[in-house]
Design a protein. Sequence first.
Length: 368
Amino acid sequence: MTQGKTHREPLLRIAKRDGIARPKAWAIRIIAVLLSLVVSGIFIFAVTKLNPFQVYEGIFDGAFGTPRRSWVTVRDAMMLLCIGVGLAPAFKMRFWNIGAEGQILIGGIVTAGFMRAFGGDISTPLLLVIMAVVSLLAGAAWGMVPATFKAVWNTNETLFTLMMNYVAIQLTSYFVALWENPVGSNTVGVINQRTKDGWFPELFGQEYGLNVVLVLLLTVGMFLYLKYSKQGYEISVVGDSENTARYAGINVKKVTIRTMAISGAICGLVGFLIVAGRDQTISTTSAGGNGFTAIIVAWLAKFNTFYMALISFLLIFLSKGAAEIASAYSLNDYAASIIEGVILFFILGSEFFINYKMIFRGSKKEVH
């Protein structure tokens, strides 16, 4: 007689949580940040023999050490936040828009073109309105291309939007060469440097004040749109299940194209903010990789635009701080990036413990 085998319970099981209280989730994130600082401190001491607290002070100084640094940190955080806000509706619909970099560049190209063509002929307030509108339209059109292919032919939006980034980069290179100033510099130069036609005016005595106000208005507006509007509800339903959306009478193709038009338009507006409100020029590096960084922002925030603001500030704070300590303590860029990466790794890892629980053998108690 064969005796049946008994199945032993595994030492450790991972189970998905049904839900978690918001204070508990934030407690996990805070613990993750504190642990990341401890691990980073060990790395700093092991490699440089420096006091980690001095290095952390240097990180803070790099981001907020002077009024100028503080405003640059706020400015860059606003740019990253605005891209995240643009990605939010597409991602909530489960349309993986990896093309924010290209949409930003397209918005920047048309802004630079109008600034060059009409600066001095049109008053700056009117020119700014026109440039904002054309950047929105250009970004929307650029975003609607992959959306249409997805809606009609079910193409892979991730690859499509990614490839369109390279098309946008080549278009930017073409216009940089066309508008080269001075000749042979391979740059556009500062547009309307003498007259400042088409430049953002100062607000609250700060040259980046208008950038901040516009992005904050967009952040609030997108939160209300996704949470309380009919279109926001349709985006959520399509993101949960396209079949359910169809049964509910929602036109999935229309929602897909409309949502990507909104996503692309906001990313195109970032191009306007960069060219008219920050750099007053255009280049292939104007987006600065933030189109990809914003994916992390949108994902970690679960598409909540207010949480995106916190995460954007954290990432820019780390970036500015890492650059400062690399300079102040003669660390190479790799060492600074390792510190930034360790902190980001723990923050991303905390999401695992928020969404899953670990159960040890013989215990129902979950490990946080």
